[in-house]
Design a protein. Structure first.
Length: 608
């Protein structure tokens, strides 16, 4: 669901600009249409300071907790903290670059160890030619150096590192190498010094953690000034600048309070309902359960103001598809426990995400029992595990091919239901936000899909109850084809529509098959995770049969195998339902997206 909005236009005298802008910032409900072309020197200065603050906060938070010592936030100013932190970061980056250079020198120096290059420099100073070379061992031993002096420095694997000395520049068929002047010991010592310096810098950065509240308060203050300046520059001038107008959007539910405030201030204003050409902000307004799934909606795009919010349907289908993919009651329980731990620990500042994880975990636990019955890869119908056999009676979706509602067919049914709902959503959007004539072709698509599903169930699945209404399904199919042919594009003439309607029909017939079959991935991923869990159990049990040390290795293998399988399965269970939602469902719902989030012009708290 989405909140409804109305458009507010204010008329003010130019001398009231400052006062009215401050008033609107205090009210904090108006989404102002900022003038993106507005620029000023003050604005650029504020942007630069904001960027420095953001970077400083990110640096400190990245190193927070690496030092017991804390800088006293009362004894250091915010500007000094910014300068010091950015300088420390610059020093740390310089040490990292220098260490990378040292590592390259170290790799080049390792074969030559602590070979002293100063002796070679003294020989060269007296006109003697010296080369440092590397060659294949067989080639080195087979080559005749003649009057050249050659000494092996080190033999590594099949490579020979050696020095060639002579009075003349006699060509030899070996690669000449450049060796860093510093010895290997000196390079190692320099690297240790850099590591120590880097550690010291990180501890210094961590010591500024006490300044974070003041820095964040300063950031909020800068953002208040920025938005205030942008609002100041978003007024439109009339009557040679003596009268100004400002446009913004506000939630309809706040209208009574806003009007009362405007009348109290004796301001001239106009309130209008949104028009199709307006770029209206979007504020999602869902119940507590559906609100958990708004981050999933935001992964793709917000719906625009003139289409239905798909979040309530995502809240129904996403946990089902996630659970269907993960498909193991044991893994679901682990996922729930991890989310529960996150509620009190690493997700305590994002508890809505932790609650979403708990919902997905519980749904997976239930699905793991009712679909095929699997607990950490152990089937509930296994005769070897009497502990789980009592749970076998809860299996409602078995893998039995002869059973109508088996795991494969139910995956397809989920797809069919979601596709149907997607088409219904597209019809609703056309009727609610567009024109009824635009919905006729979508109604035709609905009839076609219904007819095709009916034919499939009656003829291929041989469902007797559906075989007695052959005429009705044919009427649905033919009627749907005619509606798509003659109403898919009302801007064309009737003959042109009939001719060009063949392409939409082709996409409907082929698209339905492809969309429905895409949901097979739900079944495939669920089977894959269950089978891998079963294989891990079998291998682990075989290892544990050997001896006491085999028992230890087997337990380690079981933990490692199930952890790896769990991580892979969770990743697939997260990604593939998203793909089915954003491709199959959104495509059938004709989702447009492109909505911009509602961002009211208001003050951010500036108290640390």
């Amino acid at each position: 669901m989405k909140a409804s909005f109305k458009k507010l236009t204010l008329l003010v005298f130019h001398r009231q600009r400052q006062q009215i802008t401050e008033m609107l910032q205090d009210i904090g409900v108006l989404h102002i249409e900022f003038n993106k072309d507005f620029h000023s020197d003050d604005l650029e200065v504020l942007e630069q300071e904001k960027n420095k603050l953001i970077k400083t906060i990110e640096i400190i938070e990245a190193h927070e907790g690496k030092s017991a010592a804390k800088t006293d936030s009362d004894t250091i100013q915010v500007n000094c903290a910014i300068t010091n932190v950015l300088n420390l970061k610059h020093r740390m980056e310089a040490t990292i670059l220098e260490r990378e250079s040292l590592l390259r020198d170290k790799l080049q120096r390792i074969p030559w160890d602590d070979f002293d290059l100063s002796k070679i420099e003294r020989l060269r100073a007296h006109g003697i030619k010296v080369k440092l070379c590397v060659a294949n061992k067989k080639e080195y031993e087979a080559y005749d150096f003649g009057d050249l002096i050659h000494r092996v420095v080190q033999i590594s694997s099949n490579q020979v590192y050696f020095v060639v000395i002579g009075k003349s520049e006699k060509p030899i068929p070996f690669e000449s190498v450049k060796v860093p002047k510093r010895t290997l010991s000196e390079l190692i010592e320099a690297e240790e010094q850099l590591l120590n310096e880097n550690e010291t810098i990180q501890q210094e950065l961590a010591s500024y953690a006490a300044c974070l509240p003041n820095l964040k308060a300063r950031l909020n203050s800068i953002e208040n000034q920025l938005t205030f300046a942008m609002a100041q520059g978003s007024y439109h001038e009339h009557q040679k600048g003596s009268i100004l107008s400002l446009t913004g959007w506000f939630p309809s539910e706040t209208e009574p309070d806003l009007i009362q405030y405007l009348k109290t201030e004796q301001l001239s204003y106009a309130i209008e309902a949104p028009k199709p050409e307006n770029d209206v902000p979007v504020k999602l307004k869902n119940d507590r359960y559906s609100k958990l799934f708004e981050p999933i909606t935001n992964i793709f795009e917000l719906p625009n103001y003139y289409e239905w919010d798909p979040t309530p349907l995502i809240a129904v289908f996403y946990p089902i598809m996630f659970a269907y993919c993960l498909g193991d009651a044991g893994y679901g329980l682990v996922f729930f426990v991890a989310a529960l731990v996150g509620w009190f620990g690493f997700l305590k500042h994002a508890r809505r995400m932790a609650l979403l994880g708990m919902v997905l975990g519980l749904m997976t636990t239930v699905m793991g029992l009712v679909k095929s019955g699997s607990i950490f890869g152990i089937p509930t119908n296994s005769e070897q595990w009497e502990l789980f056999q009592m749970l076998g009676k809860y299996v409602l979706i078995p893998d039995d091919r002869d059973f109508m509602f088996n795991a494969f067919n139910v995956a397809l049914m989920i797809g069919v239901v979601q596709i149907f709902l997607g088409i219904f959503v597209s019809i609703y959007n056309k009727l609610r936000y567009d024109h009824y004539t635009k919905a006729i072709s979508q109604i035709g698509k609905l009839l076609i899909v219904t007819g095709l599903i009916w034919i499939f169930l009656a003829d291929m699945q041989e469902i007797a109850a559906l075989q007695h209404f052959g005429m009705l399904r044919n009427i649905l199919l033919i009627g749907g084809i005619l509606l798509v042919l003659f109403f898919h594009d009302m801007s064309q003439s009737l003959p042109a529509r009939a001719a060009s309607g063949l392409l939409p029909l082709f996409f409907i017939f082929t698209g339905v098959l492809g969309d429905v079959l895409s949901y097979v991935r739900l079944f495939a991923l669920g089977v894959a995770s269950s089978v891998l869990g079963l294989v891990v159990n079998q291998i682990g049990m075989q290892i544990m049969e050997n001896s006491w040390w085999g028992l230890i290795i087997g337990v380690v293998f079981l933990l490692f195998g199930h952890t790896l399988n769990f991580c892979i399965a969770v990743l697939g269970s997260f990604v593939h339902p998203l793909r089915l939602t954003f491709v199959e469902f959104y495509n059938n719902a004709q989702f447009k997206g492109g909505g911009k989030a509602y961002q009211p012009f208001k003050k951010q708290p500036v108290e640390p």
